[in-house]
Design a binder for this molecule. Structure first.
Ligand SMILES: [Zn+2]
Length: 105
């Protein structure tokens, strides 16, 4: 089964997350434990995997703060699309707990 652009994707921040240490995009990965992570694509990166749930909750919370009216009526499967409209990039700091959100102008 292939996943097209319209298909529901669990990774809210796919293609939006960048490693702040390496300056490269991070990719979504699923461990055999079923836990979702984002990982840096640089082999030299010292960063551990970033738990996807925590990062997504943090970013989505910021979006809700800024767009409360929209967020209230938005179906979950439209969230990623909406984030992409307003967010250029989410840069993960050294610890993974620190996320810098780069909004579109
Ligand atoms: Zn990195």
């Amino acid at each position: 089964m292939t996943c097209g652009t319209e298909c529901t994707d669990q990774y809210l921040l796919r293609n939006l997350v960048w490693c702040g240490l390496c300056g490269v995009p991070m990719v979504a990965c699923l461990m055999s434990t079923g836990i979702r992570y984002y990982g840096c694509t640089s082999t030299a990166c010292p960063r551990p995997l970033v738990p996807a749930d925590e990062a997504e909750q943090q970013v989505w919370g910021r979006f809700v703060d800024l767009n409360e009216a929209v967020a209230d009526i938005l179906p979950p499967d439209r969230r990623r699309q909406s984030l992409r409209l307003v967010l250029r990039r989410v840069v993960v700091g050294a610890t993974g707990a620190e996320l810098r959100l780069h909004w579109r102008d």
